[in-house]
Design a protein around this ligand. Structure first.
Ligand SMILES: [Zn+2]
Length: 305
């Protein structure tokens, strides 16, 4: 069993890429009229996603929408491979990400460059046929039946092609990477802020989610959590703390290594997570440093502006 029912209409599939449990999840929303999947995960875990659908009792031709929060390989890299198995499904993706899903050559090259052997382990990104791609507008609603609705929320900042999805049954937001990575093993949240990270846009996207007064956050990395508004506020606090440390360090001209140490000194959640991160198959491959780099780039550019 690698699926879990979370509410009447919503289930999670633990994709277990490269055997990693509770790291990447796909969510399945099944209404009487339509079925949607949120997040594909990478290509390597598509077989687990498909067997998860079986476990939940969904046939391949039941799936109408495959919604991705953004086109990073760990969220959408499996879209092309998955859609080849789901004859009726359309891919729902931010307009800025669509071209890269249709022709993923550049995205695949960039993934290999940034993630190195993690990208190779996640496996190649296959193209999605153009006629199967939908690019929704901010606020657009998908009616899945049983009064289950999914509303698209443009939530930029982590990436320039990031969407969230709000559903009205549990008042939950599928937040993608807009509100961080939750490590259920430690009950800790860590920022996900690789370059080109935009601090201001990230903060306004989090506030935009808070304004909906959601009750639950569905983390792709990983799992559902209640007290959504409190968690979003707390994540903003964590990002603010990093902003304070990094902007001062950039003014002083501190090295990235020094900034790394300063973050660990100031952010208790990061300190708690450090040992876990250094042993984690994916996170240990420089994820922490990439997040710091995203911040450093942002505040360096800002100080030059
Ligand atoms: Zn991402």
């Amino acid at each position: 069993m690698h699926t879990q029912k979370l509410s009447e209409h919503i289930s999670i599939i633990d994709l277990k890429p490269v055997g990693l449990e509770k790291f990447i999840g796909s969510y399945v929303l099944k209404g009487e009229k339509a079925t949607a999947i949120v997040e594909t995960g990478p290509t390597c875990s598509v077989p687990n996603l498909l067997s998860g659908l079986r476990e939940i009792g969904i046939e391949n031709d039941d799936v109408d929408y495959v919604m991705v929060t953004h086109i990073h390989i760990d969220h959408a890299g499996g879209a092309g491979t998955l859609l080849a198995h789901l004859p009726k499904a359309k891919l729902v993706v931010h307009p800025k990400g669509a071209a890269h899903m249709i022709n993923p050559d550049k995205l695949w090259e960039a993934s290999k460059q940034v993630l190195g052997r993690v990208a190779t382990a996640y496996e190649k990104i296959e193209p999605v046929p153009q006629n199967r791609v939908m690019t929704p507008t901010d606020g657009q609603t998908f009616d899945l039946g049983d009064s289950l609705q999914v509303k698209v929320l443009e939530t930029l900042g982590h990436a320039s092609h990031h969407l969230g999805y709000f559903e009205n049954e549990t008042r939950g937001v599928f937040q993608g990477d807009a509100a961080g990575i939750y490590l259920p093993q430690l009950d800790v949240t860590i920022p996900t802020t690789p370059a080109p990270f935009n601090f201001e846009l990230t903060m306004s996207s989090i506030k935009k989610m808070e304004q909906l007064q959601p009750q639950r956050l569905y983390y792709t990395h990983y799992g559902p959590l209640d007290n959504a508004v409190g968690r979003l506020e707390k994540y903003r606090g964590q990002l603010d703390l990093w902003a304070g440390v990094v902007s001062e360090a950039v003014k002083r001209g501190d090295s990235e290594d020094s900034i790394y140490k300063q973050i660990l000194e100031h952010d208790r959640q990061m300190k708690t997570a450090l040992d876990f991160i250094t042993k984690h198959l994916v996170l240990r491959e420089g994820v922490l440093m990439q997040n710091i780099q995203g911040y450093v780039d942002y505040f360096r550019k800002k100080s030059l502006a």
